[in-house]
Design a protein around this ligand. Structure first.
Ligand SMILES: Nc1ncnc2c1ncn2[C@@H]1O[C@H](COP(=O)(O)OP(=O)(O)O)[C@@H](O)[C@H]1O
Ligand SMILES: [Mg+2]
Length: 318
């Protein structure tokens, strides 16, 4: 089969709010995007942006006000195709007194497997998420990172082609986040498609083939982290030294000083002018480098400071 793994077209969701639920709040507004097969796609946005709403629509937990979504060519309203989807909710809950083995065995029972297949599957999963030695320990003794790994294992218990993860790294320490990243990369190596939401930009930057930025219910931009970041060099940085007594260079007044070293950023078109001035002031140039924008710069530019506060659009009186 060919075609994108996930195709979303004009997807819109209004939640009823207020007294008598008479008002509607638009939490997702006309979302159109695609996730390619075998891709790791990061869905980035501040709190309240509409990420969870989108993922829930994709897994059929809620229904759209308008628009359509297809996964592997099938409409998400077709329950049969959910066999091909794995889902990790934002706050997975497991019964504390079960072991990881028991939880995964429980979920494996929903799928057509013999007892021997189930056992092999569960053991394989525990190994995959690095819990093979902890599989027989009750979940109440697990750390947050270990629980998240149980959640990931549960999401892929049936070997789905498309894996949808809602904030899989949130609440984890750097080690836990690294472990989750490794599992996602392994899913990619296995040829799976992974769509995950996050508000942690550095994780997305390290993992994703492409990212989509969403805020206030609308998609603001899509692209590969490298492309996005390379789009706009933020200018040039010059590192220079001024010998004592050679002061008076106007340019030094605008530079950041550390000892007798100075650092200044100028727009690319002003680079040669600045170097000329520095030469005139008797400065020694130590380095000239391009300052690259980060994913964070891109994100803030799209989302804006107010968007980062993350209020959804109100659609009142409808
Ligand atoms: N069941 C609901 N009823 C009313 N409003 C909701 C509901 N679920 C989410 N919202 C609102 O929709 C907006 C988007 O929420 P959500 O999709 O959870 O954002 P994110 O996952 O990006 O933080 C938020 O303003 C949130 O308050
Ligand atoms: Mg969310």
């Amino acid at each position: 089969m060919t075609g994108p793994a996930i195709e979303i077209e004009g997807l819109t969701k209004d939640y009823p709010v207020g007294f008598w639920l008479a008002k509607k709040k638009r939490s997702l507004d006309n979302l159109t995007m695609q996730v390619e097969r075998g891709e790791v796609f990061g869905f980035l946005g501040p709190n309240g942006a509409g990420k969870t709403t989108t993922l829930k629509l994709l897994v059929g937990l809620i229904f759209p006000t308008a628009g359509t979504a297809r996964i592997l060519g099938q409409p998400v309203s077709d329950v049969g195709m959910h066999r091909e989807i794995g889902y990790l909710p934002e706050q997975p809950y497991f019964y504390d007194y079960l072991t990881a083995y028991e939880v995964l065995d429980y979920f494996a029972r929903f799928h057509d497997l013999t007892a021997a297949e189930r056992r092999a599957r569960v053991e394989g999963l525990l190994k995959k998420v690095g819990l093979e030695t902890a599989g027989k320990i009750q979940l109440r003794k697990y750390s947050k990172g270990m629980l998240q790994r149980v959640g990931l294992a549960q999401a892929i218990v049936h070997n789905p082609q498309v894996v949808i993860l809602d904030e899989p790294m949130s609440g984890l320490d750097p080690v836990g986040r690294r472990e989750v990243r490794d599992i996602i990369l392994e899913l990619k190596r296995d040829g799976r498609t992974v769509l995950f939401s996050t508000h942690i930009l550095s994780d997305a930057e390290m993992l994703c083939d492409r990212v989509g930025v969403i805020a206030g219910g609308t998609l603001r931009g899509v692209g590969a982290p490298g492309e996005i970041v390379g789009l706009k060099a933020k200018g040039m940085e010059i590192l220079f030294e001024l010998a004592g007594g050679s002061g008076g260079a106007a340019i030094a007044a605008q530079a950041t000083q550390t000892g007798n070293r100075y650092r200044i950023q100028v727009p690319e078109e002003e680079l040669f002018g600045a170097l000329e001035q520095l030469r005139g002031a008797g400065a020694r140039i130590l380095a000239v480098a391009q300052v690259k924008a980060t994913l964070e710069d891109y994100f803030l530019e799209l989302v804006g400071a107010e968007g980062a506060q993350g209020a959804a659009v109100e659609v009142s009186g409808r």
